[in-house]
Design a protein. Structure first.
Length: 480
């Protein structure tokens, strides 16, 4: 999310090497960034809480709109599912809700929402859950729900680091748990002054309350790295050392105003995990392409080729797939290849990609974010069956928006559409959602949605084996 800013220069410097890229799928520029900073933070409980400048009410922020070069069909969705399967076919639910507890909400634990939208996200580790809401995070015990640390301002992790990562708490945060390395990965940007920075912090252990290794990448004074999204695609060297990459996508806006195109990047995971300043390789696409998402590994089984990662955007009734293969021995030999254009059922973007989702008790509408795919692009290897699942908001006849979801299969490096659906039950509009990969080769993805009915709530749809592909049963309320 883009925030208005006044410009100052940070002390940080960076080496960025720009190399003209071959015309492989329309990317126009390749860059190698060397991270700066380094060094370890204190343990989280030793970090001063500090003050979070919280406006009242929450400060709205500008969302960089992604132009759509295609055409909305504006016809009825040909694969819309508007009702649950016939009751006679219903079987028992295999889903059992787990521990539920109060997270970071307005007033909880002394926290108040600072920005609208709040960019809420979180990740589950072995024993802990970390939640990050603009512009604070907290660590919870997974078993009991008790608060272990926080809420802390997002930039607390960079105390003593210097520059914009330490002084600015600008948000657009992502927190992930690297399951194979058992480390926490925090990232947010610094954009309140120039240069624009992307700040990283990697935990020393699986304990989110311990120390963190910090580093940052400098995007210069004109390429605003909006809407950063993180995908972890790990690899293991023959000697057991970590490899693979932390893959990121950005929507680049020139000086924070004009969309230049998406950027696909990879960070050297091995160096990041061993306390060394890592490099990052990036490929820029033109503004004729929309927002990208990097694939993010679910489970702990590696893909058949873990030396690469996939990036996906959507166009007119198509999913555009790229493959980024970093070469950390020779970064300039890294490649981004346009792999496939996967045709999908016709759709019309919800709200024409903008704002029209109603809220109860107010005329203020919510943004559909239908101008981009929804985070995450989840990847899972289930005994040799490799799937990616992703979704986005589409126009619906039963509500202001519906969930269009896809499962792609990866086989011998080729990408194909295995199944797709539009989940459009007659409920008040879902506002945000995530699709999780199947856990066995015989099942379909699951959907987690937030909605208003008539108050904000969560619902989930575990894809049951007995429901015919690609249908889903009725969403089950989880929390209000």
């Amino acid at each position: 999310m883009i925030r208005s800013s006044s410009w100052l220069f940070s002390f940080l410097t960076v080496v960025a090497v720009s190399i003209p890229a071959a015309a492989q799928g329309g990317h126009k520029e390749f860059e190698v960034y060397q991270s700066v900073g380094g060094g370890w933070s204190k343990n989280l409980h030793e970090i001063a809480k500090g003050a979070v400048n919280i406006p009242a009410p929450a400060q709205p922020v500008f969302l960089g709109r992604i132009p759509f070069t295609g055409t909305d069909t504006d016809r009825p969705d040909p694969i819309a599912q508007t009702s649950a399967p016939v009751p006679s076919t219903l079987g028992p639910s295999s889903a059992t809700p787990g521990q539920g507890f109060e997270g970071l909400g307005s007033g909880a634990y002394g926290f108040r929402v600072q920005y609208a939208p709040p960019d809420t996200n979180g990740a589950a580790g072995i024993t802990q859950y970390v939640q990050w809401v603009n512009a604070s995070f907290a660590v919870f015990d997974k078993a009991t729900g008790s608060l272990l640390a926080g809420p802390l301002p997002g930039n607390s992790l960079w105390q003593g680091f210097g520059g914009g990562c330490e002084t600015n708490n600008d948000g657009d945060p992502i927190v992930q748990f690297d399951k194979l390395a058992q480390r926490w990965v925090f990232t947010q940007f610094s954009v309140s002054n120039k240069p624009y920075l992307v700040c990283f912090a990697i935990s020393q252990t699986a304990d989110a309350t311990g120390p963190y290794f910090r580093f940052a990448f400098n995007f210069g004074n004109s390429s605003f790295p909006d809407y950063p999204k993180l995908g972890i695609m790990p690899n293991i060297m023959p000697n057991g050392a970590p490899a693979g990459g932390y893959f990121m996508s950005f929507n680049i806006f020139w000086n924070g105003f004009f969309f230049q195109g998406p950027r696909a990047c990879a960070v050297d995971r091995n160096k990041a995990l061993t306390g060394q300043a890592p490099a990052m390789v990036c490929f820029s696409l033109s503004s004729s392409y929309g927002s990208l998402l990097p694939a993010d590994l679910d489970g702990t089984t590696l893909p058949s080729d873990p030396s690469q990662d996939f990036f996906i955007a959507y166009g007119s009734n198509v999913l555009q797939v790229w493959k980024l293969k970093p070469n950390w021995s020779s970064p300039s030999s890294s490649t981004l290849t346009r792999l496939a254009d996967v045709g999908v059922a016709s759709f019309t973007r919800a709200c024409n990609g903008g704002k029209c989702i109603p809220q109860p008790g107010t005329s203020q509408q919510l943004d559909s974010l239908a101008d981009r795919l929804m985070y995450r692009l989840a990847y899972r290897n289930r005994g040799g069956t490799e799937s990616m699942v992703v979704n986005h908001s589409v126009k619906s006849t039963t509500a202001a928006s519906a969930i269009r979801w896809y499962e792609l299969r990866v086989s011998s490096g080729n990408i194909s559409l295995f199944q797709q659906g539009t989940f459009a039950p007659p409920i008040t509009s879902p506002d945000g959602w995530e699709v999780s990969p199947p856990t066995s080769a015989a099942t379909s993805p699951s959907v987690i949605a937030s909605r208003m009915e008539p108050i904000p709530s969560l619902a989930y749809e575990p894809r049951e084996d007995w429901v015919p592909i690609p249908l889903m049963a009725k969403c089950k309320p989880r929390h209000r």
